[in-house]
Design a protein around this ligand. Structure first.
Ligand code: ADP
Ligand code: ZN
Length: 704
């Protein structure tokens, strides 16, 4: 509805209605609604309630949370359609050739043809107008359903859930899940299945069961552009019953899909994070695939975690929630340990395919023997050459983009840094042989200078390397190899990621080099080698989840090898061959990793053994940022004892300067989230000037 707000009229959502004024409220202070826009609820009541829960839990505005639950602002698109009148159907009309063409085409299309399609066939507006004047055809406006699947695979009307024999583990897991779904009440199952154990197959059959109960199903996936397989499996099995919701769709497509869901025309939704708010009714099952994936956390307001909101939604709507992963997050792993989730395990790959054998290359030894500039170890070179010879495919992971990661002056020792952010610029090839240094945070860039901007020294050296350099190196070593790269630089254009993945699937690529994007749930049967260039890139980061991320990435990427009939191998290059995250990933031993990591989190009092809140204060200069953060810290410390939490900091954030703003941060650690949240809101209420410069992150995933 539209309501007056100050001098403006704005659109709002009704979240509650009171039968009478609160005692003491002044009638003259209450304004009338200007206009009622929708006469039926736009968002279903449970979705409104869920958004309000998000606003409360993540300490953001109700409007921000409700906006996340809304479809993109779009009008329904209408198109102009031409169709014949009765007169137009009469035989023996006297017509010019072009006019005859139109009439013949329309005779074959009883519901008419869109004007733009006629134009595409070379019919001018003029020809159509003349026929209309003669009374032979009429125009009408029609709704256009923007369908993201149009032009893709043919629509399937019947269920086509695969009927092949399940493995023993799949059958056992499915039986437990069917039982849980049959109770039609809330519970959470953690499906811990190694890569290639056939989790998707279990999801499909469980979905079929839940549909038979007359209930609907929501499937959350990390990034559809990178993991199209799950969405297309559902589409293949359930056809038109499936709607998709993700940011790769145009606003129009998302809008139309959203309304199909809202009208109850579909009973399955596959989507990314924000699909957790999909307006599905009668929800029986929520699946969160790759539940450990960090893309489920939104890194802007509202800073919600899609997986956690999914669990809350399941609880409120009495649905079964299935969290699937080969490498569950420490949070979910701990919830399985303490009995809040039930754990279901699949330890073997389908068809008894072995997991890839993993070997570690100690790069300290390689550097000592071959010099500090080498990118590929001897073992990895031999392995790549063997795959090229055998016409098999290789995946090479380096979780860092670019050609060089720093430009360093040999005269003054300075590096080329971003003027807006406290990080060094990364060199990329852009355009023809043009080397640009670019900031990975704010996108500032400059052409790499010939001399040092600080001291004018002519000896600029490039240090460190990223995916671009690895791909170049492989092309130099094997000029005939078809090498491609999958990282944020190569997938800027819409559809570029799926294009690279399609070429990989059809065997048009021999070696695919990429960042963590190549580690997602791809299933390429001809990949028999996975090489990891610097397994430890993530370990140097000032984040308590660094080891967890490294373990997950290495396990997931080695899981990409040997998924077909041929056996897979993984080679991991690292400077820290004895780090527990690397050792356990090489053994693909989740339980051992979990045990070590949870012990570390317990000692350091980090999540999931305690709750964390991160506050970032932004200011124009570093002093103000710290002073303001200190002011907040004082307010918070006054409440710390009563709320049984601790306040850590403030300190400059790891990336101290970001997009021209200086950042100081502080942390709250404790067991009582509501007490911490209230203390934060009270501190900000006491310092209203700071409100707009403080980012509140409840259960932060990234603390940079
Ligand atoms: P995960 O998601 O657990 O890594 P997928 O669901 O991608 O594994 O399954 C891996 C591969 O095994 C897929 O190609 C899938 O079609 C196939 N698959 C799954 N279940 C079976 C089965 N019971 N028999 C044969 N192949 C299967
Ligand atoms: Zn920058």
């Amino acid at each position: 509805m539209r309501v007056p707000l100050g001098k403006r009229v704005v659109t709002g959502i009704v979240v509650d209605a009171a039968a009478s004024l609160e005692p003491g409220a002044l009638r003259e202070k209450i304004k009338d609604i200007s206009e009622v826009v929708d006469h039926a609820a736009y968002l279903p009541a449970p979705v409104v309630d869920l958004a309000l829960w998000v606003a409360d839990y993540y300490a953001c505005g109700a409007g921000d949370a409700l906006a996340a639950a809304m479809p993109p602002a779009q009008e329904r698109r209408t198109i102009r359609v031409a169709s014949l009148t009765a007169q137009g159907h009469e035989p023996d009309l006297e017509l010019k050739p072009k006019q005859r063409e139109v009439i013949d085409a329309l005779r074959g299309a009883p519901s008419g043809i869109a004007v733009r399609d006629l134009k595409a066939r070379g019919i001018s507006t003029d020809v159509l107008q003349r026929l209309a004047v003669k009374g032979l055809l009429v125009f009408r406006r029609d709704h256009l359903e923007r369908d993201p699947f149009a032009g893709g695979a043919a629509r399937l009307e019947t269920n086509r859930v695969p009927t092949r024999t399940l493995t023993g583990e799949q059958s056992a897991v499915l039986a437990s899940l069917r039982e849980a779904a049959g109770s039609k009440s809330f519970s959470v199952s953690l499906l811990q299945g190694v890569t290639g154990s056939g989790k998707t197959e279990v999801y499909l059959r469980l979905t079929d069961t839940v549909l038979q109960h007359g209930r609907s199903v929501l499937i959350l996936v990390p990034e559809i552009a990178l993991t199209p397989a799950v969405a297309s499996s559902f589409r293949d099995a359930f056809g038109d019953l499936v709607a998709v919701q993700h940011s790769g769709l145009s606003d129009g497509e998302r809008y139309d899909q959203w309304h199909r869901i809202r009208r109850g025309e579909v009973s399955i939704v596959v989507g990314t994070r924000s699909a957790v708010f999909a307006p599905l009714g009668n929800l029986g099952l929520i699946i969160v695939d790759e539940e450990h994936d960090t893309s489920f956390k939104q890194e802007e307001t509202p800073r919600y975690h899609g997986r956690d909101v999914a669990v809350v939604r399941g609880k409120r709507e009495g649905a079964l929630v299935v969290l699937g992963s080969a490498t569950p997050s420490l949070e979910s792993g701990q919830n399985a340990v303490n009995g809040r989730y039930s754990r279901l395990v699949m330890n073997r790959r389908v068809l008894d395919r072995p997991l890839a054998s993993v070997s570690v290359v100690d790069m300290r030894i390689e550097y000592a023997a071959e010099g500090p500039d080498i990118v590929l170890s001897g073992a990895l070179k031999i392995a790549i050459a063997a795959r090229l010879g055998a016409r098999q495919q290789s995946l090479i992971l380096l979780n860092r983009r670019g050609l060089a990661t720093a430009v360093f002056c040999r005269q003054c020792g300075g590096t080329l840094d971003c003027p807006n952010c406290s990080v060094s610029l990364i060199v990329h090839t852009e355009g023809r042989d043009l080397h640009r240094a670019r900031c990975h945070y704010c996108n500032y860039s400059l052409t790499v200078p010939k001399a040092c901007p600080a001291c004018a020294g002519p000896y600029l050296e490039r240090r460190g390397f990223g995916t671009e350099r690895v791909a170049a190196e492989i092309s130099t070593l094997w000029p005939d190899a078809r090498v491609a790269r999958l990282d944020r630089d190569t997938v800027r254009r819409k559809g570029a990621a799926s294009e690279i993945l399609r070429r990989m699937a059809s065997g048009d690529i021999d070696v695919l080099v990429g960042t963590q994007m190549i580690a997602k749930g791809h299933d390429f049967p001809r990949v028999t080698l996975v090489g990891v260039i610097s397994a430890d890139v993530g370990l140097g980061v000032a984040d308590f989840r660094a080891a967890e991320r490294t373990f997950q990435l290495l396990t997931q990427v080695s899981g990409r090898a040997g998924r077909g009939e041929m056996v897979g191998e993984a080679i991991v290059q690292t400077l820290y061959p004895n780090h527990y995250s690397i050792l356990h990933a090489c053994q693909q031993d989740y339980a051992a990793f979990f045990a070590d990591e949870i012990a570390y989190r317990r000692t350091m009092r980090y999540p999931p053994l305690t709750a964390l809140v991160n506050l970032v204060v932004k200011a124009r200069d570093p002093r103000t940022a710290l002073t303001d953060a200190n002011t907040l810290a004082q307010h918070l410390r006054a409440k710390a004892e009563a709320g049984r939490f601790r306040v850590l900091g403030p300190a400059p954030a790891p990336v101290t300067k970001l997009r021209g703003e200086y950042r100081a941060q502080l942390f709250l650690k404790g067991a009582n989230r509501p007490a911490m949240r209230q203390a934060v809101l009270a501190a900000l209420a006491a310092e209203p000037d700071l409100r707009r410069r403080v980012v509140i992150d409840i259960d932060p995933v990234s603390v940079l």
